[in-house]
Design a protein around this ligand. Structure first.
Ligand SMILES: Cc1cc2nc3c(=O)[nH]c(=O)nc-3n(C[C@H](O)[C@H](O)[C@H](O)COP(=O)(O)OP(=O)(O)OC[C@H]3O[C@@H](n4cnc5c(N)ncnc54)[C@H](O)[C@@H]3O)c2cc1C
Length: 390
């Protein structure tokens, strides 16, 4: 058994770390200042400029196939990179990416939606959640009715990331209510904003915010169906599947940076004539955080490895998402505690992380949904305890 990174993995990790230190972290003070003034940390043109700089550095389209100019990196490599990105709270991600399910598009759709998204000229959003259907995504109601060569969409989506900025939405709608979404009754549509849907910003405890999307008789041509009729729910699950290891990988990076801040602060801050690091109460918070961080790291890297090995990654990635999301919440909470009153201020990014990582336990499958999957796999015998070592 070898837990060491390969030379290539280490080289890529170190290059991304250098890029983040040199190009991204210097923006942090300005990002905090803008967010305190209720403005976006980075605007669209600044993000694009940074992404183009990263492209010159060699990073473009981590998950994008090479034929589309991407790097098609293995999942383990992507996981390591997401961890590096997590070390800065600047809302930066590499360019050259598109929603994984857009690669199911027809050649015509690829020209209209996929290629401009990869190039950063168009922004997409993915919409399955509705006011009445989140965890129970199969219960969606947004209806698409056939009318000649068009489909007419009526209903509402909610909590859609990028929903306010998107030029088009990938919308999962009910096309056959008799069948039900899970059994071929839902279909994915590519819907330009110009076709008439509108978005309403939703304020959250995090920076930025998702949007509600309203479809009121929006006409969509038949050629804008993504994949096959009836394949919408499966595409939705495929879209969500990717976040199961990128989100917790990002969480590991946040925890690493935050924990280092706590260690530095514990050594520097004195109370009662000695550094607070001399207190067992502080030492135990650091020890628990480091232990959980490492446990999460390996759980998540194994789930990414499972993807690369061509095995079914669902069980492993549910454990990684559940544990990684919980871990980063516990670590950031302890880091805030170690900083005392300063941790609670907006002078430091800790309260920002505290608000940000709370989301990680909710979106792309709540903690409870991950537990449901993990326990169901065991109770029904789909997975055996320790079965991956067989
Ligand atoms: C900031 C943000 C961004 C998002 N981005 C997107 C996006 O881009 N696209 C998109 O489609 N959606 C998006 N979502 C939606 C997100 O995926 C849902 O919020 C999430 O799946 C939970 O659904 P819900 O909010 O309806 O909660 P509910 O499903 O109503 O659940 C409420 C609570 O009950 C629990 N629960 C539900 N059923 C069970 C059960 N059977 N057993 C035990 N507990 C249960 C849940 O775990 C949760 O704790 C986003 C949400 C947020 C907050």
């Amino acid at each position: 058994m070898d837990f060491a990174l390969s030379d290539e993995e280490r080289a890529v990790r170190d290059t991304v770390r250098a890029f983040v230190s040199r190009e991204v972290m210097p923006l942090e003070a300005e990002v905090l200042r803008r967010e305190r003034a209720h403005r976006p940390g980075l605007d669209r043109s600044e993000l694009r400029e940074l992404q183009l700089r990263a492209k010159r550095f060699g990073f473009w389209g981590l998950a994008t196939p090479e034929e589309y100019g991407g790097m098609a990196l293995p999942a383990v490599m992507q996981s390591l990179i997401w961890t590096e990105l997590g070390r800065s709270f600047v809302p930066f991600r590499f360019g050259g990416e598109a929603d994984n399910i857009l690669f199911h598009a027809t050649e015509e759709q690829k020209r209209e939606f996929l290629l401009p998204t990869i190039a950063g000229e168009r922004i997409s959003c993915f919409a399955i959640t509705e006011p009445g259907a989140g965890s129970d995504a199969a219960n969606i109601r947004l209806r698409a009715r056939r009318d000649g060569d068009d489909w007419v969409l009526d209903g509402e989506k909610t909590f859609i990331t990028n929903g306010n900025d998107a030029d088009f939405a990938i919308v999962v709608a009910v096309t056959d209510p008799e069948k039900g979404a899970r059994r071929g009754g839902a279909t994915a549509f590519l819907v330009d904003r110009a076709m008439g849907w509108r978005s309403e910003f939703i304020q959250t405890m995090g920076e930025g915010g998702p949007a509600a999307l309203v479809f009121d008789g929006v006409r969509v041509p038949h050629r804008n169906i993504l994949g096959e009729i009836g394949q919408g729910f499966a595409l939705g699950m495929e879209w969500i599947g990717k976040g199961r290891y990128t989100i917790p990988s990002h969480a590991v990076g946040i925890a690493e940076r935050a924990l280092q801040m706590a260690i530095d602060h514990a050594n520097a801050r004195e109370t009662f004539g000695a550094p607070i690091a001399t207190n067992q109460a502080i030492q135990w918070m650091i020890a628990d955080s480091e232990t959980e961080l490492e446990a999460a790291r390996w759980l998540i890297l194994r789930s990414a490895w499972t993807v690369d090995a061509g095995l079914d990654p669902r069980h492993a990635s549910s454990m990684g998402k559940l544990y990684g999301a919980g871990m980063v919440n516990r670590v950031v909470d302890r880091v805030l505690q170690i900083h005392g009153g300063m941790g609670y201020t907006r002078e430091l990014p800790i309260e920002r992380w505290y608000r940000q990582v709370r989301l990680y336990r909710i979106f792309e499958g709540t903690d409870e949904m991950q537990r449901l999957i993990i326990s169901r796999d065991l109770l029904r015998g789909y997975t055996k305890i320790g079965g991956h070592l067989a």
